[in-house]
Ligand binder design. Structure first.
Ligand SMILES: [Zn+2]
Length: 280
């Protein structure tokens, strides 16, 4: 009798186990996630995933993409509902990062209010940038890997911030690559051009590429912008040239990655900068 009960327990346990582990295997996300990171996972294409209040779109091949901002909380949850109605919560640990923060005190107070016509111009430009980043398409440019948009010295990183007279300034969300004016800037991944302007006040020549599923690249300070809105570009295709247009201290391209309103770190998407210019 004792043996029978033990067997019954073992049988029910073994029968239950595959269901549990199968459910656990239906979704995959990387376990080593950091603040600022773009994350690609896989799930059944007919599942539903809620991330921080928003439904994530799952591509027909089961891949989905999301990301964490500079100051993302140390823990986040994916709430998954499968087509059979079963539910699962995936708890994600988001490793904090240390950013380069410079504190400068004792500066003479400076308060600059832009004149009204400049405020109006900035309002319009910000609106066009937001609209270009806010489009949703089902392109898969984000899924095929990214390249550096230009070869050169990395002179600015994501997340850095200055604190002037104890007032934290807006962090830097781009990855700056310096090079001579006119050096080619290429599309880091395939996509569609959703903004192409040659004279924005802060950004100078600016291009935004929609890589699909809410992922965009933005390039600032370009000397020339060589592709019109609506153009479909391939990874590695030239889209313009390095410049110092707008408010820039020297010629460089400032590359930004956004996903669904969050600013991500492009550095996660590329290998080390090559020692030599691959185009020389
Ligand atoms: Zn920059």
């Amino acid at each position: 009798m004792t043996i029978f009960r033990t067997c019954a327990f073992v049988v029910s346990f073994v029968m239950a186990l595959p269901v549990v582990s199968w459910a656990a295997d239906r979704i995959w996300v990387p376990s080593d996630i950091q603040q600022g990171q773009l994350v690609i996972g896989t799930a059944p294409a007919d599942a539903q995933i809620i991330f921080e209040g928003d439904a994530l779109a799952i591509a027909p091949n089961g891949q989905f993409v999301f990301g964490f901002g500079r100051d993302a909380a140390p823990q986040s949850v994916l709430q998954v509902t499968y087509d059979d109605g079963s539910k699962q919560e995936i708890v994600l640990q988001v490793a904090p990062r240390i950013y380069d923060v410079q504190r400068i005190s004792g500066l003479p107070p400076k308060k600059v209010t832009p004149p009204p016509e400049l405020q109006e111009r900035l309002r319009l430009e910000r609106g066009k940038v937001a609209a270009a980043r806010g489009q949703f398409t089902t392109q898969m440019g984000w899924a095929d890997g990214f390249d550096w948009p230009a070869w050169g010295k990395v002179t600015g990183v994501y997340g850095s911030q200055r604190v002037l007279n104890d007032i934290p300034k807006r962090p830097h969300f781009g990855l700056d690559v310096a090079g001579p004016v006119g050096r080619p800037v290429v599309a880091p991944a395939s996509g569609r051009i959703t903004l192409s302007e040659d004279d924005y006040y802060y950004e100078g020549g600016i291009i935004i590429i929609d890589h699909g599923y809410g992922v965009t690249s933005t390039m600032f300070h370009m000397h020339s912008v060589d592709v019109p809105v609506g153009a479909q570009v391939k990874r590695g295709q030239q889209i313009g040239t390095i410049g110092a247009a707008g408010r820039a201290t020297g010629p460089h391209v400032d590359w930004r990655i956004n996903w669904n309103g969050r600013r991500l770190d492009p550095r996660f998407l590329v290998d080390e900068m090559p020692e030599r210019n691959p185009n020389d």
